[in-house]
Ligand binder design. Structure first.
Ligand code: ADP
Ligand code: MG
Length: 244
């Protein structure tokens, strides 16, 4: 079986003035279609950098990134932007919704930005997503009228509206109370059960344990990989990563 996502020796060097900082040091990784992978690692280890590169928000300094047939590492800015719109859904810790748009408009926006989408079809899909995520009765409200958990569900619906090849989540439960966090994880698991490929950065071992696989990075290197089931083992490994 061919991998949906493939990273080969990916490096990322940030240059600020005369100072260069290497955030990723030769990461190689494959994700199968339908996988649900959690990324763990100490703060500053390169987790968000990895996510940004996979989502085409930034380009690697060296190495190769492929998502399905697209070679991201060879794309210019225009091609990357198109790739992002077509293939990637993002979910962030702080939701990043547009405050002066309604819930419905937030969710529909990425689809309406795609050329050739019919308004009616977009509306139908948005309604179906809102119903599935339990926020249909919030459609006409604005993000600031919702709880954190509801806002994150809106963000998930927005991320799914274009049926992305890959759903990327950067600490999606990091700003939620534990009950809302569990609801969000439940939704992500359901999406995955329906075939959605997901990569999720998290600090939380119990969140990571919901994924099929967990990968650990430290100082820009992939250091361990394990199945998602065993929350104790995940938590223990995180402790050794942070302490040693
Ligand atoms: N745009 C940037 N410019 C310079 N350094 C950056 C930039 N983004 C991240 N870094 C640095 O790269 C390292 C990894 O960052 P990041 O990927 O955000 O880590 P994590 O998400 O694991 O906390 C950190 O030391 C951070 O300071
Ligand atoms: Mg981060």
């Amino acid at each position: 079986m061919t991998a949906l996502v493939r990273l080969v020796n990916v490096e990322k060097i940030y240059k600020t003035g005369a100072v260069a900082f290497t955030a990723l040091r030769g990461v190689s990784l494959e994700l199968a279609e339908g996988d649900f992978v959690a990324v763990m690692g100490p703060s500053g280890s390169g987790k968000s950098t990895l996510l940004h590169l996979l989502g085409g928000l930034d380009r690697p300094s060296a190495g190769r990134i492929e998502v399905r047939d697209a070679v991201l590492s060879a794309m210019n800015e225009t091609a990357l932007a198109k790739f992002r719109r077509t293939h990637i859904g993002f979910i962030f810790q702080f939701f990043n919704l547009i405050d002066n748009l309604t819930v419905q408009a937030n969710i529909e926006l990425p689809a309406l930005l795609q050329s050739g989408r019919e308004r009616k079809a977009v509306r139908q899909r948005a309604n179906a997503l809102m119903e599935r995520l339990g926020i249909l009765d919030q459609a006409r409200k604005h993000p600031w009228e919702l709880s954190g958990g509801q806002q994150q569900r809106v963000a998930i619906a927005r991320a799914l509206i274009n049926q992305p090849t890959l759903l990327l989540a950067d600490e999606p439960t990091g700003n939620l109370d534990s009950k809302s966090g569990q609801e969000v994880l439940h939704i992500l698991r359901e999406c995955n059960a329906q075939g959605q490929t997901i990569l999720m950065v998290t600090h939380d071992a119990s969140a990571a344990a919901q994924a099929k696989h967990v990968i650990f990075i430290r100082d820009g290197r992939l250091v361990e990989e394990m199945p998602g089931v065993d929350v104790q083992r995940i938590a223990q490994f995180m402790i050794t990563l942070t302490e040693t």
